[in-house]
Design a binder for this molecule. Structure first.
Ligand code: SF4
Ligand code: SF4
Length: 146
């Protein structure tokens, strides 16, 4: 008979302890997000794929020097540039990133003389084929400026 009452006592005690924990967390700040409905704010040092930094005047800060392409150990970057008639400098006409090969080493960002590159905050990329992870960074940059 004493075992029967002990079981009731243990059950009630565990219920009270459980409810205590529930109420304690009810009044604490929420630390979870309703993903994917809510966007996650990534930490400042988070590294998504690289992106061209938009510039209000020229569109982007790239001078088409090719340093990022030459320094990338994985061959992820393919640049296209042209020198318009009468112009002194080259103009970037294409910036393709093959993110399937990128190790996020940051050598391209570090070697850029004009700080034209940065890491994006992309965290939920998804695709069905490798081509879904090949990005036109110049197009992305123009879209972000709008
Ligand atoms: S982060 Fe590294 S691997 Fe990725 S594109 Fe830049 S240099 Fe290449
Ligand atoms: S290193 Fe910088 S400026 Fe040079 S091509 Fe790459 S992004 Fe453009």
């Amino acid at each position: 008979m004493s075992g029967y009452f002990k079981e009731i006592y243990d059950g009630c005690k565990s219920l009270v302890v459980g409810l205590g924990i529930t109420f304690k967390y009810m009044i604490r700040p929420v630390v979870t997000l309703q993903y994917p409905r809510q966007a996650v704010k990534m930490a400042p040092r988070y590294r998504g794929h690289i992106d061209l930094v938009p510039d209000a005047e020229s569109g982007n800060k790239c001078i088409a020097c090719g340093m990022c392409q030459r320094n990338c150990p994985s061959g992820c970057i393919t640049l296209k540039s042209e020198k318009p008639e009468g112009a002194k400098k080259k103009v970037l006409t294409g910036y393709r990133l093959d993110f399937t090969k990128c190790s996020l080493c940051g050598l391209c960002v570090e070697s850029c003389p004009t700080d034209a590159l940065d890491f994006s905050k992309e965290y939920n990329l998804a695709g069905f084929k490798a081509e879904d992870f090949v990005f036109d960074l110049l197009k992305r940059c123009e879209e972000r400026r709008r």
